[in-house]
Write a protein that binds this ligand. Structure first.
Ligand code: FES
Length: 259
């Protein structure tokens, strides 16, 4: 799914995270250099790197938090993974902050121990972040032939007919994500007309709006489950449950979903 914290479709969080990774690992390396060489200038450099690492981690967290709330599909395995990723990141920043506070009055061995724990947490968090980016495709702006630009809108949560698009807004095989309050519904245009279905894949909660829709079938981007857009029936697993569908009406060039 396209990131909500992005510049022209380029997600900001991955652009910023190399800085805290480099600074915080550098902190540990320079403290090790200090203890092995006895040269105090290494210790001073480590202190500066630690401040830079903590500050840049906090800055990098801002687009990450935005993506957590606005981009990662709700009620999904990716949401749990993203929560764990964020929790580990907060914890490791606290560990490095404690190491910095204790730096002048504690043994270098204790400081290095804390920083080593922080770096291990950094690797675990990076692993989870990699899974979020490369498997869950959080922040990936998917383009298949004729998919058009990422398209989504928020509408009021009124029961009954809800206006969601104009009749000529989508071309065949294009989708639009509709947020109705906290509910996420996909409007898709097939050769047979418009259809509306749940955005949430019944396997592990992948966003179908971030997937591919061709010939009236939508494919989840996470593990490839396929659903019939008109009936919601599973055409290919691993999903076993059908997705919910919603009636669509066209009146005077406007598309409405009955919800
Ligand atoms: S979440 Fe696994 S196929 Fe959709």
């Amino acid at each position: 799914m396209r990131s909500k914290a992005s510049i022209k479709g380029h997600p900001i969080h991955p652009i910023l995270i190399p800085f805290p990774i480099a600074f915080l690992i550098g902190t540990l390396l320079f403290d090790i250099l200090h203890i092995t060489s006895g040269n105090r200038s290494y210790r001073q450099t480590a202190g500066y790197l630690e401040i830079a690492g903590i500050v840049s981690a906090i800055i990098a967290a801002i687009p990450g938090v935005i993506d957590y709330f606005k981009t990662v599909p709700p009620n999904s395995s990716g949401k749990k993974r993203a929560a764990l990723h964020g929790l580990i990141n907060i914890s490791l920043v606290v560990v490095f902050a404690v190491a910095y506070v204790l730096r002048d009055n504690s043994s270098t061995t204790l400081i290095i121990g804390l920083e080593a724990i922080g770096v291990i947490m950094l690797f675990i968090s990076g692993w989870l972040g990699g899974t979020l980016a490369y498997r869950n495709q959080i922040g990936v702006d998917i383009r298949y032939a004729g998919a058009g630009k990422w398209n989504e809108t928020h509408v009021a949560d009124n029961k009954g007919l809800i206006e969601v698009a104009t009749a000529d807004e989508l071309k065949t095989d294009q989708m639009k994500l509709i947020h109705i309050g906290t509910k996420r519904i996909v409007l898709g245009k097939t050769d047979s007309g418009y259809f509306a279905f749940d955005d949430r894949c019944t396997h592990r909660g992948g966003s179908l709006a971030g997937g591919t829709m061709i010939c009236g079938t939508v494919q989840c981007p996470w593990h490839g489950s396929q659903f019939d857009c008109s009936t919601g029936v599973v055409k290919a697993g691993p999903a076993k449950e059908n997705i919910a569908i919603y009636p669509v009406q066209e009146l005077n060039g406007i598309i409405y979903i009955k919800y």
